[in-house]
Design a protein around this ligand. Structure first.
Ligand SMILES: [Zn+2]
Length: 274
């Protein structure tokens, strides 16, 4: 009788272990699926990610990008870029503050830089209200840029706040950035974020030395750097910092290119064995 009870306890233990084992396996499967669901959700082509995913030994590339201009500091920045023979990319706006400077877009193109789209109004509450509102804003931006360049060359876009911003959810729902990214690709256009930030437009108003420090810190160990800077009214320290920024990337052996040139240049430098 006692032995029977012992046997029963043993069987109960075995059953308990079996149930525990099955539950653990089920949990592992659920976690695995959740992980991959997240990957699927972010599987939309991301030019910034593609840029960063370069194998070791690949050429070092840097794209200097200036957002929110043109403005009062665009010309001084262009003068430095010309003197240093460095190409850059300007993600432009057409806000009232930009309008007197819009003809500079022609100069930017003539000097071999890339002009790309950022936003006409740059008002999050307006542009992220819906995907229609966003594309309406871009249409307005292109309309205002049309006198100064060929619209066919205007195929690159940087979303205000970046492609992963969550401020947009407040106005257009949780899916709006995913939808906008997919629609950009559907148009045959490209979008790009940044992976190095000068933090030159933050409320702390960093001086030129701090901007360079921010960049050096972010750029460390990156083969491809897409550097976020600004050519707005408040970017006087960015002008001060630019020669030092260019000098530092040169010392580190980086090649300068526009965002549109990046992919092409990666291929040619690799085949040249640089
Ligand atoms: Zn911006």
């Amino acid at each position: 009788m006692r032995w029977d009870r012992c046997g029963e306890i043993q069987r109960q233990k075995v059953r308990a272990y079996l149930v525990l084992g099955l539950l653990s396996a089920a949990l592992a499967v659920v976690l695995h699926l959740l992980y991959h669901r997240q990957t699927w959700e972010t599987a939309i082509p991301n030019d910034c990610f593609a840029a960063a995913a370069v194998e070791p030994g690949a050429p070092r590339l840097v794209c200097l990008t200036f957002d929110d201009g043109p403005g009062v500091n665009t010309e001084p920045l262009l003068a430095i870029l010309e003197e240093e023979k460095v190409p850059a990319t300007f993600f432009v706006c057409a806000q009232p503050v930009n309008r007197p400077y819009l003809p500079l877009v022609r100069t930017i193109v003539q000097q071999g830089h890339q002009v790309a789209m950022h936003s006409a109004s740059h008002q999050y509450a307006q542009i992220y209200q819906s995907t229609d509102a966003f594309w309406q804003d871009i249409k307005e931006l292109r309309r205002q840029l049309e006198p100064y360049l060929s619209l066919g060359d205007l195929t690159w876009l940087r979303f205000p706040g970046g492609s992963t911003n969550t401020v947009s959810h407040r106005y257009g729902g949780r899916r709006i950035m995913e939808e906008l990214k997919a629609q950009t690709e559907e148009k045959g256009w490209h979008w790009i974020d940044w992976n190095v930030c000068g933090e030159d437009a933050t409320a702390s108003h960093p001086d030129a030395e701090q901007i360079l420090r921010n960049i050096r810190q972010d750029a460390a160990d990156k083969t491809v750097c897409v550097v976020l800077l600004h050519d707005t009214m408040t970017a006087g320290q960015t002008v001060e910092a630019l020669p030092g920024i260019i000098g530092w990337f040169r010392e580190q052996g980086y090649h300068f290119c526009t965002v549109a040139q990046m992919e092409q240049l990666q291929g040619s430098l690799q085949s040249a064995g640089e």
